[in-house]
Write a protein that binds this ligand. Structure first.
Ligand code: MN3
Length: 249
C-alpha cells in the first residue's frame, strides 16, 4: 500500500462533509471495506488487502468489472479481516507471513487452525490470483515455464486441457493449480475451498479460482466457458517469475 494509515485518516478527515467525493468516494469505499475505522485507528492489523494491480474493468470482456470489484473488495477483504481476527490473541503468529502460517499449519493452535486454513488460504490464493492476471495477458508461455510445461505435459494445449479439467472436476468450490513438487516437478492438481497447496508442501505457480463468485455474474453455471476464457488474461511473465522463484528454492 502506498497510502499509509495516517495519510488515509487525513484523507478521510479532509473529505468528510464535502458535498461531492467523486472519484475519491469510490476509492474510499474500497478502503473502508478492507480497513474498518477501528483497525485504522489502532493501526494494528497484521495482514492487509493488497490493491488490485489494475482497474476493475481491465480484464473485460473475459472477467467483468462487477465480478472483480466484489471479488477483491468483498471476498478477499473478508479473508484478510477474518485472518486478522483469528490471530489477534496469538502474538507469536503475527510475526509469520500468511504463507508461513500455511506451510506450518500443523503448528497453528487447534482452536483457530481451520479459520487460518480458510482465511489465510483465501488471502494467499487471491493475492497470487490478481498478480497472475493482466489486461495484456494470454498467448503462449515464455521459455522457462513454457519449456517445462511442454516437457511435462507434451504440449501447451495438452496442459491447458488438463488444467481446465482439474477446474471443471472440482466439485463445489475450490481451485485448479499448477504446482511444483519438492523435487522440482510440475504437477496439475486441485484443492477444495481455500485450501492452499502450501499446506501439502507444494508451491503454487499458478491457480484459477473456480468458486462461483469468480464467474457466476457473467458465466452463470457455465464454468467451462469461464475456464476457457481465463487463458486470455493469464500474465505469463508473472507466472514465469513464480516458476523461476520455485526453481531456486
Ligand atoms: Mn475467490
Amino acid at each position: 500500500m502506498t497510502l499509509n494509515r495516517r495519510h488515509f485518516l487525513t484523507l478521510l478527515g479532509a473529505t468528510t462533509g464535502a458535498a461531492s467525493c467523486g472519484v475519491l468516494g469510490f476509492s474510499m469505499q474500497s478502503w473502508a471495506i478492507g480497513l474498518s475505522p477501528d483497525s485504522v485507528a489502532q493501526g494494528s492489523e497484521t495482514f492487509t488487502l493488497p490493491p488490485l494491480p489494475y482497474d476493475y474493468n481491465a480484464l473485460e470482456p473475459y472477467i467483468d468489472a462487477e465480478t472483480m470489484q466484489f471479488h477483491h473488495d468483498k471476498h478477499h477483504a473478508a479473508y484478510v479481516k477474518n485472518l486478522n481476527a483469528a490471530i489477534d490473541q496469538y502474538p507469536e503468529l503475527k510475526v509469520m507471513t500468511a504463507e508461513e502460517l500455511l506451510r506450518q499449519i500443523a503448528t497453528v493452535p487447534q482452536e483457530i487452525r481451520q479459520t487460518v486454513i480458510n482465511n489465510g488460504g483465501g488471502h494467499v490464493n487471491h493475492s497470487m490470483f490478481w498478480e497472475i492476471m493482466t489486461p495484456n495477458g494470454g498467448g503462449t508461455p515464455p521459455d522457462g515455464i513454457g519449456t517445462a510445461i511442454r516437457q511435462t505435459f507434451g504440449s501447451f494445449e495438452d496442459f491447458q486441457k488438463a488444467f481446465n479439467e482439474a477446474g471443471a472436476k472440482r466439485f463445489g468450490s475450490g481451485w485448479a493449480w499448477l504446482v511444483m513438487t519438492p523435487d522440482g516437478k510440475l504437477q496439475i492438481t486441485s484443492t477444495a475451498n481455500q485450501d492452499s497447496p502450501l499446506m501439502q508442501g507444494l508451491y503454487p505457480i499458478m491457480g484459477n479460482d473456480v468458486w462461483e463468485h469468480a464467474y457466476y455474474l457473467k458465466y452463470r453455471n457455465k464454468r467451462d466457458e469461464y475456464l476457457n476464457a481465463w487463458w486470455n488474461v493469464v500474465n505469463w511473465e508473472t507466472v514465469n517469475q513464480r516458476y523461476e522463484q520455485a526453481m531456486r528454492q
